[in-house]
Design a protein around this ligand. Structure first.
Ligand code: ZN
Length: 142
């Protein structure tokens, strides 16, 4: 897609420090290194977010995420590691081309604080209702 920086990187039209590449995916260093070893994994074809990923491409992206996570661990031995993926402005997505962050972590680094306050613990019946509502919309078992 014209103007998409991740498409440009995927097509080798923009500079990037590439970690891994196969037919469908590319892994490269994030320009911002809050923790050293922060890698982005993208599908080479443009999809804005996870909802646009077909299952084969989604599987290919996750295979690369797993490989890169192991490589980062082996190369840099971080104390921990997150896989981080965002969809939509409300979720903090900044580049509208689906991507997964492989983010090395150190104890006390204070990144990715998920819950700003104590979460609710709804009754089991409410959890069962939510599970049923979501299951009715999932393309499971295909
Ligand atoms: Zn793109």
């Amino acid at each position: 897609v014209p103007g998409c920086i991740f498409c440009a990187i995927g097509n080798h039209e923009a500079e990037a420090s590439i970690v891994f590449e196969d037919a469908d995916t590319l892994a490269f260093m994030d320009l911002r290194q809050m923790s050293l070893g922060h890698v982005l994994v993208i599908p080479k074809t443009h999809v804005p977010d996870i909802f646009g990923l077909d299952e084969a491409t989604g599987a290919a992206v996750m295979r690369t995420v797993v490989r890169v996570a192991r490589a980062v661990r082996s190369a840099l031995q971080p104390a921990g590691l997150n896989i981080w993926q965002s969809n939509g402005e409300a979720a903090g997505q900044e580049v509208p081309h689906a991507h997964f962050h492989v983010l090395p972590r150190a104890l006390g680094d204070d990144m990715l604080r998920v819950y700003p306050r104590r979460p609710d613990y709804p009754p089991r019946a409410e959890l069962a209702d939510l599970a049923g509502r979501i299951a009715g919309h999932a393309d499971l078992g295909r």
